[in-house]
Design a protein around this ligand. Structure first.
Ligand SMILES: *Cc1c(COP(=O)(O)O)cnc(C)c1O
Length: 473
């Protein structure tokens, strides 16, 4: 096993960085994303040894090589235990069997009931620890269309070295999503309802980061899904579930509802470091840029249309750049050229030779709104199980892959369930004529008082709010 992994940028401008450097900076200075310079590799006997481990122990085993020498294995274990004891399920990530070789992986047992908790809860601890080590304080600033903001506020609240400010579009997030952000009443954690749309919120955040004096004075950091440490903890549940359904003796197929390409990329990384993964099925809703790409090698941006799975209403999947880097044999100039073309023209194309490097592993399917409802209905009728709309897209894509014989029924298939159905009551009741029951802590949350500020869409107003509320630096 490698005992020290360095990081580089996919666009070639930075290299030899430590885990701590990439954690705190998020995005590379040249606009690229961070990747490890080398991949560790777990052997067959390592995989067999992993079988008896608890979720936190496994997390430590898999993540430690990527964090050394900044953190010792013991420190990673403590952080993992602290992170995952916070999940309201003994198993942390539990499998629900529909049929032999057909499993749903429930990734919604964290505090905000979506898979983003697995990484965000860990990230907040990693950040706090890194800042403590440097004897520094930091400010997190982010914009959200719903899920990421609640996962982030929930994860970073109460961390003594960090203040967090999340902007959300006024009146444009769902009731549950708003409550998940606004019921939090702690010093240093702020939800700001900004009188604009999501793009407007994002624009303000971007401007704050580009104001370098402001950025440096307040040590601003971003926690969006391109941060390497948002991906790392997601590798763990591929191993955890894969080992339970037959790996390493059998190859496993995974189906993943996909938006920004972070979650499914973690599946690709799991394979890279030793898990026998036979197939990664990428499910999209009508915003199907990735499905089109995997079918014709052309990445072409179109307008975003609202769907029943809002957390996947995305046209630019930022994490895809990491796979592109590998597809181009880690040639940063080629990556930069493609990304520049994409920015300028809204599309880029890879060669057949490049495509052949991923076309055996990845298959992609689009699942429409009508199909999503139909799948939710069928899962309820056939298995008495309520899938949330995102999970239904993943499961629907898996069904299409089975029908096309891309995967066969002898191979264990794990379909990722990324959110609890109670987060999307309107769509569930449309499909099944029932309302999904709220888990107890969500019931409590829905009846608590809200704390948030309504604010005009102005960079100066947001900066002023931060300046007057930030704890002493
Ligand atoms: C964020 C999210 C997704 C998309 O995951 P990516 O890593 O962005 O591809 C899918 N489902 C749910 C419920 C999400 O919150």
């Amino acid at each position: 096993m490698l005992n020290q992994i360095k990081y580089l940028s996919t666009r070639g401008g930075e290299s030899s960085l430590s885990y701590e450097d990439v954690l705190l900076s998020g995005l590379a200075r040249d606009g690229g994303l961070f990747m490890p310079e080398e991949w560790p590799r777990f052997s067959l006997s390592d995989l067999n040894d992993m079988k008896g481990l608890s979720y936190a122990e496994l997390a430590c085993k898999i993540m430690s090589p990527f964090m050394s020498p900044c953190l010792t294995e013991d420190e990673v274990l403590k952080m993992s235990e602290d992170t995952y004891s916070n999940f309201n399920n003994d198993d942390v990530a539990s499998l629900h069997k529909f049929e032999d070789n057909l499993h749903i992986l429930e990734l919604f047992h964290g505090p905000t009931l979506a898979f983003k908790d697995y990484a965000m809860q860990f990230l907040s601890r990693a950040f706090n620890k890194a800042l403590q080590n440097k004897n520094k304080r930091g400010v997190i600033l982010g914009a959200t269309s719903g899920d990421t903001g609640s996962a982030a506020l929930e994860a970073f609240k109460g961390k003594e070295n960090i203040d967090i400010f999340i902007l959300f579009p006024h009146g444009r997030v769902s009731e549950v999503q708003q409550k998940q952000m606004t019921w939090i009443n702690e010093k240093g954690a702020y939800a700001l309802s900004v009188k604009t749309d999501f793009d407007g919120c994002q624009e303000i955040v971007k401007d704050c980061f580009e104001d370098l004096t402001f950025k440096d004075q307040y040590s601003l950091s971003a926690i969006n899904s391109i941060n390497w440490v948002r991906l790392l903890p997601q590798i763990v549940y591929y191993f955890y579930s894969g080992l339970k359904v037959g790996a390493p003796d059998q190859e496993i197929a995974f189906s993943v509802p996909t938006g920004n390409f972070g979650n499914i990329l973690a599946g690709w990384m799991a394979k890279k470091i030793g898990l026998p993964v036979s197939k990664l099925i990428c499910g999209s809703n009508q915003n199907d840029i990735l499905t089109r790409f995997f079918n014709n090698g052309i990445m072409e941006r179109k307008n975003v249309v609202p769907s029943f799975s809002p957390s996947m209403d995305i046209q630019v999947s930022s994490n895809f750049e990491r796979l592109l880097f590998e597809i181009c044999d880690r040639d940063p100039l080629r990556v930069k050229e493609q990304m520049d073309t994409f920015k300028k023209t809204g599309s880029f194309q890879i060669s057949q030779n490049e495509m052949s490097k991923v076309s055996n592993l990845f298959s992609a399917y689009m699942v429409s709104n009508d199909e999503t409802l139909d799948i939710i209905k069928k899962a309820y009728t056939n298995y008495n199980y309520i899938l949330d709309p995102h999970s239904a897209v993943g499961y629907g894509a898996a069904q299409k892959a089975l029908n096309d014989k891309i995967i066969n029924h002898d191979m264990p298939l794990v379909s990722l369930a990324c959110a609890h159905p109670a987060k999307f009551p309107d769509i569930i009741s449309k499909a099944n004529n029932i309302l999904p029951e709220l888990p107890p802590h969500l019931k409590f949350m829905m009846s608590s008082e809200e704390k948030f500020q309504i604010i005009d869409p102005s960079v100066l107003d947001v900066q002023h709010f931060i300046k007057s509320n930030v704890r002493l630096i």
